[in-house]
Write a protein that binds this ligand. Structure first.
Ligand code: NAD
Length: 318
């Protein structure tokens, strides 16, 4: 591997990553790096056969078409958490290793979820827009306090647990649901474990922290939205596909507010998504969960270490 072993690996980075990852790949592993953060799909398909390593975030779709053309590819690195833009099963079948950076964004995403809850609770987006347009609209949009209210966490993994801790610090009652046994973590954090249906019924704030799977796709839909309390706040910093935006739009008037970092289509393209985003109760930001100085550095280091380890394995196995 790298300069020491005489093999010079070539990496294509097809999404925007921190400079630190590029320089560490070059200097510590001797990898020849091509940085094309805005590469168009057609171009990617044309050149992918020349690379051993492909580094992506969520923009690049690594599907069968890409993988079938990637004759030399030994490793896909996702500089982030979710692997839903990579056809993992097909890549593994082709003996291509996959690594990601599952821990790096935890704190940043959890803090964003709390920020969206607080913004929605106090209607900050409406006040900020007014003040910026020269309107001193004191008292126009009454807020609510979060202390004493119930926070429902759907998916009690890394991010969900951190949101739970932060919710506790705000004086909230915290309930959580998951498909795996979370009782140990829940006990440690003073969180009650409930079913998904129960969570929707009792929570004043519902926040989603699940991966995108066939079971989580549109898990908030017309049927489940009917269980949600009037004046609840819904927050989604996981994956857009978890919420059926069309159904959410149908229920929006009886909710207190909605905070979205993610959408099924990014940028938004469907009529109901665009309508939802225009609604005064909706606060939306463009998938910025991991867009902090700290998260980007942590992602670069975590994915680098995982690339280094994976290359060792690839080289050792011939
Ligand atoms: P994690 O794997 O640590 O936790 C996810 C949890 O969800 C697991 O405990 C899992 O068992 C649970 N789960 C799976 N299916 C479920 C279901 N049907 N019902 C209830 N629980 C279910 O993952 P994480 O690091 O906490 O990340 C959570 C989500 O946040 C992922 O979707 C990830 O892609 C997303 N994410 C978003 C950003 C962003 O920029 N907004 C950044 C990082 C991660």
């Amino acid at each position: 591997m790298g300069e020491g072993s005489g093999i010079r690996l070539k990496a294509l980075i097809s999404d925007r990553v921190d400079e630190r990852l590029i320089s560490r790949l070059r200097s510590e592993l001797g990898v020849e790096v091509e940085y094309r953060p805005n590469i168009a799909r057609d171009e990617l398909l044309k050149i992918i056969d020349g690379y051993d390593i492909l580094v992506v975030r969520s923009r690049t779709r690594v599907d069968r078409e890409v993988l079938d053309r990637a004759a030399r590819l030994r490793l896909i690195a996702r500089a982030g958490v979710g692997l839903d833009n990579v056809d993992v099963e097909y890549a593994l079948r082709k003996n291509i290793a996959i690594v990601n950076a599952p821990h790096a964004a935890t704190e940043s995403v959890a803090e964003l979820a709390i920020a969206l809850m607080l913004m929605a609770a106090r209607n900050l987006h409406l006040y900020v827009a007014d003040v910026k347009s020269g309107k001193w609209s004191k008292g126009a949009y009454k807020g609510i306090e979060l202390r004493g209210r119930t926070l429902g966490i759907v998916g009690f993994g890394r991010i969900g647990r951190r949101v739970g801790e932060l919710g506790k610090a705000l004086g909230m009652r915290v309930v959580a649901t998951d498909v795996i046994d979370i009782s140990e973590h829940a006990k440690r954090l003073g969180v009650e474990v409930v079913s998904y249906g129960e969570l929707l019924k009792v929570s004043d704030v519902v926040t989603f922290h699940v991966p995108l799977t066939k079971d989580t796709y549109h898990m908030l839909n017309d049927d489940t939205l009917r269980l949600v309390k009037d004046n609840a706040i819904i927050v989604n910093t996981s994956r857009g596909e978890v919420i059926d935006a069309e159904a959410l739009l149908r229920h929006i008037d009886r909710l207190w507010g909605v905070g979205l970092d993610v959408l099924e289509h990014e940028p938004p393209s469907t009529v109901h998504e665009l309508e939802l985003l225009k609604h005064p109760k909706v606060i939306a930001v463009p998938h910025i969960g991991a867009e902090t100085l700290e998260a980007q550095l942590k992602v670069a280091d975590e994915v680098f270490e995982n690339i280094r380890e994976a290359l060792m394995r690839v080289v050792n196995n011939g």
